[in-house]
Design a protein around this ligand. Structure first.
Ligand SMILES: O=C(O)CCC(=O)C(=O)O
Ligand SMILES: [Fe+2]
Length: 282
């Protein structure tokens, strides 16, 4: 069962239908060449400083680069792509009040890398979240073309509903072959993995995931994008990063300088309070 491919102007309902039946789909050419070039320029210094993985899962020939909201205005825009946010909110609505940014990560797979182990991303929480609850909605934006040779993401359509012990047969594993600027949507429950790279170029993808507001984020957004950077960003984005309360009382804080509790006592429209510039602890 091949991964379904939709046009850039598709509507959220079609993406959601694919996610519910297959657990994944590709939306073609969603990112303009200009925005892609901007993303590469803004993130290259961080990518160049990143290290290869130190275990087989991370990949000894794979480099992961985070903190991308802080590093890149292009990434800030991509994180807030309206189709993605619409899909993520609708997909996760039965399980949470809001969604939050789970991680931003450029995954660079270098020539010679082997297939990553097939897995479900929801295992980030150690398997404690019952399977009836979808934990997250994931995207992988192709920075380079994704090909069979260079490590296009491997996906097992339909596997979200499989019992835990069922393993994918080789013929059940499909590939997210897509042109740069396209985006793979996939759920936290579908089996997938990075592909091995037999080409002579690097495969680069921008992985941006969203999760339920009451779960711990995989990438700690408060350290990856600390308040002195976050306060310059629009509130819609900082809310998404978790600078707000999550499920009811989760995430309130007390300002250590004035003893004021913020979050729980705020009116709903004020939830998402970010300290004003002069109010920050230096
Ligand atoms: O790089 C990819 O295509 C997928 C990587 C992945 O699934 C992961 O690291 O969890
Ligand atoms: Fe994964």
């Amino acid at each position: 069962m091949a991964i379904q491919t939709l046009k850039a102007d598709t509507n959220p309902e079609d993406v959601l239908a694919c996610l519910r039946s297959d657990g994944a789909c590709v939306v073609e050419n969603r990112l303009s060449p200009d925005r892609l070039a901007q993303l590469i320029e803004e993130t290259q210094p961080l990518v160049d400083q990143s290290h290869n993985g130190e275990d087989p899962f991370s990949g000894h020939l794979t480099r992961r680069t985070g903190a991308l909201v802080a590093a890149s205005p292009a990434c800030q825009e991509i994180v807030q792509d309206d189709l993605v946010l619409d899909v993520a909110r609708q997909f996760l609505a039965p399980y949470c009040r809001r969604i939050q940014l789970m991680l931003t990560q450029i995954i660079s797979i270098f020539p010679g890398e082997t297939d990553q182990l097939l897995h479900r991303d929801r295992l980030a929480w150690g398997g404690y979240v019952p399977n009836e609850i979808e934990t997250q909605l994931n995207t992988m934006w192709a920075i380079t073309d994704f090909t069979l040779e260079n490590g296009a993401t491997r996906v097992v359509p339909g596997s979200a509903a499989w019992p835990a012990e069922r393993e994918a047969k080789p013929e059940e594993v499909e590939r997210a072959v897509m042109a740069k600027g396209s985006v793979l949507f996939f759920t936290g429950s579908v089996i997938h993995a990075g592909g091995g790279n037999q080409s002579d170029g690097v495969r680069m993808g921008l992985n941006i995931d969203y999760c339920l507001d009451w779960l711990r984020q995989e990438e700690n957004q408060y350290l990856s994008c600390p308040p002195d950077i976050a306060r310059e960003l629009p509130q819609s984005l900082t809310d998404l990063m978790g600078y707000t309360t999550g499920g009811f009382t989760v995430g309130y804080y007390t300002d250590p300088r004035d003893g004021q509790e913020r979050g729980t006592r705020q009116a709903e429209e004020a939830v998402g309070y970010l300290p004003p510039k002069e109010g920050l602890v230096q």
